[in-house]
Design a protein around this ligand. Sequence first.
Ligand SMILES: [Zn+2]
Ligand SMILES: [Zn+2]
Ligand SMILES: [Zn+2]
Ligand SMILES: [Zn+2]
Length: 489
Amino acid sequence: MAYLTQPDYVKYICSCGQLKPITSLYFCRHCLKIRCGFCICHEVDSHYCANCLENMPSSEARLKKNRCSSCFDCPSCFHTLSTRATMAQPRQVVQDPAAGGDTKVESKQPKKMYYLSCFNCRWTSRDVGIPDQPVASGGWPERTNPHAARVNQLLEYYKAIALQEKQEKIERERKKFNIRGKYITLTDKTGLTGAMARNIAGLPSSESSSSAIASFVPSQAKEEVEELPEDIFTKEVNLNQITSMPQRLASPEWQPSSVSRLHPLAKLLSVKRSQRCRACDHNLTKPEYNPGSIKFKIELLAYYHVPEVKIISHEPVKPGGKSALLLKLTNPTGHEMQLRLLQPEDIPPPEEKEEPKSIEKSLERSLNLEKDTSSLKPMEVVCPPAATSRVRAPDATLTLAQRDDAAEYDDDAQHDTNDIIMWRKSNKLALRLEVETAEGAAGGAAAAALVALQYSYRNTVPPAAAAAQPRDHTLYTTVLLDLGTVSSN
Ligand SMILES: [Zn+2]
Ligand SMILES: [Zn+2]
Ligand SMILES: [Zn+2]
Ligand SMILES: [Zn+2]
């Protein structure tokens, strides 16, 4: 019997059908459903530099091309560059007429000068001839993109196209509601004019956009390309002088081919992200704004709400045979939990309660470019994955005590004489179960067993928000247990 402590041996079926370990799942307290990274909305909350922890709103980040203006990465090994100081003796050459035109060097007060250095690969800004700077922060010479004008032209053009498509969409939306006899113009309902809507979407006015489309010159493909240099195949290559592919691609504007053209890379900004349930729009995670904090304001992880299943051990799985399986169940919530094991097909189908979408909401959606997720509705259809075995679910309701952090220090587990429960300790329970494997399971194939859990859940959403909802719920989840491979005999 092997001990299987890695979490990925047990996967939960998300409400969208994805299989994920509990550590990468979320739990929406409003829909009472498990969600995964695939079926939630990811939103950028704030931009910050992971090195100096400066944070900024997204408009500023966009202006700075998502790069920090005071931190740099090494262009050679991508480690963060450090600023180093040296004392420099500024020299002044003075003509001395008394000495018959001889030159005399006068020393001035030594001055601190700064350069950038990589502690990992020893690259310095002096290697490529960047002059030392008199101030420690910033002031490093910037290189301009040789294609800046063309890039701006393209940007203008695509913005104009986006605006045109947006307008067509608003127009279509308006027609749709007109047919239904519920005609509401944006101006009537929200006081929004077309120009304001464009402003909200961050798009230029329609006049400038149509001129941008009209004056745009598309790129032309050329038949002739520049010839390679004569000696390309004969010249000896010095690998110390040419850049590697990652080094070249780290600065896409210049793509230096020689190491003497490497330039410090302004550090890319990181983002703090909040995550939202796609079905109900509530936040599942929301980080603290301060970039130095790793805490969350909202953190609805499945790990805190859904019973955790772990495999303690199991016997090898044989075709047509029965093998023992020891499972550990943990109640992570602050409330007592009633738990039952079921077969996946015994889960009652969820009752449908589709909220009718209001016209305003739909219009609001169509105005908001970034939040338009109507095409990404969560899929609620779940077809269980193939399993070679099934767990014989005992016909008993198990009670799991609430989480008690102090009980972590208790040594003694309670050993029940029960033939299902092997031991019980605080909010944890070890179960003695049996797995039946299908007769036709092929030897050497991956063995997996499906089991469904029915558990009671007490919703602790603040009473004001949950006034209309019952506090206690019966929820279901299905887990897939990885039982290694089917033995061949
Ligand atoms: Zn939800
Ligand atoms: Zn999902
Ligand atoms: Zn920075
Ligand atoms: Zn380096």
